[in-house]
Design a protein around this ligand. Structure first.
Ligand code: SF4
Length: 482
């Protein structure tokens, strides 16, 4: 039996970013508190840095730093912010080995239009070409962030545009890849989603004020009403008189990331007509149909495996049981700590309820297997707690190709499904059986979606161009794929 040394680096998929923008038309609304609450609602999308910029009479004031929302936004730091007309907020995950403080967002720039505060979720695939061209013209960059490239591209179009929204539309003709941006100016709040629609973006209303944000769960948390999703290729502009919509000239095959439903988004969000909670339940039901098993209990790995486990239970009649207890005070990602410490944190993060599993045949539902180290650890925990049999069922197909559009997977050679067959992987993680949902099955979980879906990391077929050039991160002295 072939076996590989499992890469012990923490192998959960790392998230990306969350964006938020608010245009205040009601003086009684506290724009700083609303933005803070909204960013708490987006915290699951990024825990490396958090930031907000308030624009008041054209002047920006920002609070942003490395850390989670609760550590960056203290009473003291927020007391420095005015009650302005427009806010832009951001939470970020970074794949950079070093924690790049200069890349914390919102990115605030001054250009011919005046102030611009920009927050982005996604990855620009022609980053190298755009950056090289800008550098040739003398541009100086503070960081390697894609938000900076987007800001520069918009700023360079302003000179030939009648209004900022025209500059954004022209920039969209140049930018390739995935982006959902929120942009605040002196008097406008703008939201733009790339023509493929890789990342979510939606519009909401709170009294007479407007919200543009990554996920609809945020609207609930600040008491706003969902209006609709921003369409792929659409630019939405809010000012004091109106809310307007424009379409960029590029029409592309739409390609919303399927991984949003598996892992990234919160279950209480609705994205392009799909309720994330229902998609996860369906994944569990389909998993049972595709990989039935006889067992005494089914349980989910917190958090994203829990709902799918309930679906598996409904479809199979096997009772759902809470078996894993998660330490909520250890974060989801472990950036900034070394591998030894991150392995220690993984061990203390999950515990198994022995009374629930001892002597039982247990089905465990998890969202994904990337490097394989977490699955091996989970199966070991379950066996140590006395389970008689351990059957793993996974809500995503094997991940075997890179993502160029904003999700941080490891190099292909570190993806365990590229190195082992299904049976070999089952042996490697020491499970009695192992089953992944099929690509068709995963599509069925989001069949109500009103745009196309991306399954590139599972199938190798992307609806958008892959990056042509390699980006060399000069600061970190490390080669990345883009
Ligand atoms: S390649 Fe995978 S993770 Fe990346 S956008 Fe497509 S489905 Fe999402």
């Amino acid at each position: 039996m072939k076996s590989v040394i499992i890469d012990k680096t923490i192998d959960k998929v790392n998230d990306e970013c969350g964006v938020f923008g608010f245009y205040r038309n009601n003086d009684d609304l506290d724009i700083v508190s609303i933005t803070q609450d909204a960013l708490y609602g987006l915290q699951h999308r990024g825990q490396t840095s958090a930031g907000m910029t308030i624009i008041n009479d054209g002047l920006p004031s920002s609070v942003k730093d490395l850390g989670i929302v609760s550590s960056v936004f203290t009473d003291k730091s927020l007391s420095t912010l005015p009650q302005g007309k427009i806010s832009v907020g951001h939470v970020r995950y970074t794949s950079s080995e070093y924690l790049d403080r200069a890349a914390t967002q919102p990115l605030v720039m001054s250009c011919r239009e005046g102030v611009m505060a920009l927050a982005n979720n996604g990855a620009i695939t022609n980053f190298c070409e755009i950056r090289n061209n800008l550098e040739k013209d003398g541009a100086i960059f503070q960081s390697n962030s894609h938000a900076e490239i987007i800001s520069y591209t918009i700023a360079s179009e302003i000179i030939n545009s009648k209004a900022i929204e025209e500059a954004v539309l022209k920039a969209m003709d140049k930018l390739k890849g995935a982006y959902s941006i929120v942009l605040g100016t002196r008097d406008k709040l703008i939201g733009a989603r790339d023509p493929h629609g890789f990342r979510p973006l939606c519009i909401g209303k709170l009294k007479d004020s407007y919200v543009i944000t990554s996920e609809s769960c945020v609207l609930d948390s600040i008491g706003a009403t969902f209006i609709r999703d921003v369409e792929p290729g659409e630019v939405v502009v809010v000012d004091k008189n109106s809310i307007c919509s424009y379409s960029c000239s590029k029409k592309k095959r739409t390609s919303l990331c399927l991984f949003e439903f598996v892992y990234v988004a919160r279950p209480d969000s609705v994205i392009d007509n799909v309720t994330v909670h229902l998609a996860r339940r369906k994944a569990g039901e389909i998993l049972y149909k595709e990989h039935p098993v006889e067992a005494d209990i089914v349980c989910g790995v917190p958090d994203s495996g829990l709902i799918a486990a309930q679906g598996f239970s409904t479809a199979s009649g096997i009772p759902f049981m809470t078996a894993f207890i998660k330490n909520k005070y250890i974060g989801r990602t472990y950036k900034g700590v070394n591998d030894k410490k991150s392995r220690r944190l993984l061990k203390t993060r999950l515990n198994v309820l022995k009374t629930a599993v001892k002597g039982k045949r247990v089905v465990i539902i998890d969202d994904s297997i990337v490097r394989g180290s977490t699955s091996a650890h989970i199966v070991k925990l379950m066996r140590d707690a006395g389970a008689k049999e351990v059957h793993m069922r996974i809500c995503s197909p094997p991940i075997v190709y890179p993502c160029y559009f904003g999700i941080d997977f490891p190099d292909k050679s570190h993806m365990i499904s590229n190195n082992l067959s299904l049976n070999e992987l089952k042996e490697q993680i020491n499970a009695d059986s192992l089953g992944f949902i099929s690509i068709d099955g995963l599509h069925k979980t989001a069949e109500e979606c009103n745009i196309g879906l991306c399954d590139g990391c599972f199938s190798g077929h992307y609806q958008a161009d892959e990056p042509k050039k390699i980006y060399v991160d000069k600061f970190a002295n490390k080669i990345k794929e883009f």
